[in-house]
Design a protein around this ligand. Sequence first.
Ligand SMILES: Nc1ncnc2c1ncn2[C@@H]1O[C@H](COP(=O)(O)OP(=O)(O)OP(=O)(O)O)[C@@H](O)[C@H]1O
Length: 707
Amino acid sequence: MIRLLAGLSGLATLAFATGSVLGGVPFYLPILSLVVTGVLLIADGVPVSTSRVPLVVRFLIGLFAFSFIVLAGLVWADEAGLVPEALQSFLPRASSPIIAAILVIVHLVICYVPVVRRIIDMANPFFEARTPTRLSMGYLGSWPMSLRTLGLGLFAIIIVLNVVQVYLLVRFNYWQNLFFTALQQKDGPVFWTQLAVFSMLATVWVIRGMLEMYFTGVLKLYWRQWLSERYVAQWLSDKVSYRLALDRKSTDNPDQRISEDVRDFIDQVFDFYVNIFMTSLSLYAFVQILWQISANFPYSIGNFDLSSVPGYLVWVVLIYAIGVTYLTHLVGRPLIALQFRFQKVEADFRYNLVRVRENSEQIALLHGEEVEQRGLKERFGAIFGTGLSVLYRRIKLTCVTLAYAQANVVLPYLLLAPAYFATQNMTFGVLSQTSDAFGNVQSGVSFFITSYASLAVFKAVVDRLTTFDHAIEQADAARNQGVKIERSVDANALSGSAVDILLPSGETLLEKVGFDIRKDERTLVTGASGSGKTTLFRVLAGIWPYGKGKISEPDEGAIMLLPQRPYFPLGTLARVMAYPLNADSFSKQELAEVLKKVGLSHLADMLDVEQNWAGMLSGGEQQRVAIARAILRKPTWLLLDEATSAMDEKSEASVYNLIREALPETTIVSIGHRSSLAAHHDRRLDVVRENGQSRIEEQPLAAFGTT
Ligand SMILES: Nc1ncnc2c1ncn2[C@@H]1O[C@H](COP(=O)(O)OP(=O)(O)OP(=O)(O)O)[C@@H](O)[C@H]1O
């Protein structure tokens, strides 16, 4: 597509050059056309590599290049006298193709600005995604398309709507002149005509606003859905979330990054681009108007005729806007740090409340309410203090901005009134139009000056997402990096030789240990608290990334590990039991039978009940549900890490007997501290911790509990 445009633009260059030599066509058209052709070729990978320019920028370059060719073509057609008189008023200004060509060039250049490039690189994958989706537009219907078509299509519509907005602003500006002049001259017919024109313009204005809101909202939602799903998939792929949690220094709050930061990134990248685009266009349009009008307003300071400076009103507005924006910056600057602090103390307070809610039982048992109240009061004290500082700073800032807004009402008149009174034939319409153009230029300049502050906030969001990306990449790479555990498949044993198991800090927990757990015997792993039993199980289950040595074990799917505190997802009891499979993977009857077997027959009628099961069931009952899960899954190897510790000895014995009956093909490896467990196993491995290091020793079962 871009190449086709480059070809068209190349042909246009030849046509414009001929027109220019023959006379009529302005000399800059062939030059610009040549430059646009060059940019298109570079964007398409000629002569540099294609990957340099992201798709989303190539698309924008293409869009603006197309506008350039059309606009330049119209200007050319007008010069050639091909446009009928009636259509003259619809022709673009001679300068319009210049803006389009500038936009083409600027978009290529900004690709090479490092910070902008980082932002584009983060935004681009959405616009490249070929994932099929449906664009549904309420009553109008819905259409299948790829995300890439949807994203680029909506983006193009939004840009066109913004161009329409600037066009309308300019039309309103001219309308002011005609309308107020008609009022002043008591010209009834023109007044009524202009009122009708206004109604039409206003209607288009309202419809345009609604359309922009709709398309922007839809695009942002699709984009956010895609980006959140991508992050969630990366986060939950191949144990990345677990490894991220192990390495606590790398990323805080992945939840916040996936929800708030993704939302903020999309909002800000979008608004930032659209605002810059819109403001640039409007500045361009209104600077021209103000520049032209300046000549009509003679203004002298003493003997100096200010109006002898070309476009002096533009310079005045520039100096004024820079001055006031600088003042606003001085007064408002401390607010950024204060806001940051305010968000932090708010988050601290909320986090404390959540902790109290989650641990309400412990707090009640320990009579900790008073201490908690004091803690919460202190946290709120920080909110109060910071809130007051924010308030005072805001009042000062509002004082400046309100005064500025009021001054803006009269300032243009203050500047223009002397000329208005001194010039007999100057209409009130011109005065009003000038004041409007003045306001537009001034707010455009202010936007550019203040946008650096939003860029700072924006950068913080981009940084948080980039570090998250890096952390995910690192956690993914940690699987292979520094981890020297060689795994080979052996369906009949869990064995290891010269295995070092390390902690995330690099410290050695188990050094050069060997073990051989065979399929045909039930093994009990014992050892003092903190000796490393659970970590050994994590290594066997394939989730612990820190270590080296050789391990042989069955395929990952053959091993199931039940921890002391099982995880219960939110949802129905059937879902909890079937996890991680779907609830409908098992029939209700099957689930009810297993519940009965593990001694939870009283829950058999509640399989479809949705509630916080982890909060409602006792520790022992939760462990029984986990055993039920294992019975449903029928693993070849079942690792029980104190998975029956919350049960009394009798219940524990019946659970072990049940496992033996229900899962005759399954090999059990348990971790436990109770001597009664010896009866359910054939051998014992003891993890001994001495001088800060642990080793594994074979010990007689009979000695367990008596040592
Ligand atoms: N994610 C981690 N980060 C840092 N240290 C850890 C981590 N997990 C475990 N450890 C440390 O490793 C050591 C062994 O822990 P592990 O849980 O394997 O012991 P254990 O023998 O199962 O203890 P217990 O019988 O009390 O359950 C402990 O000192 C523990 O603090």
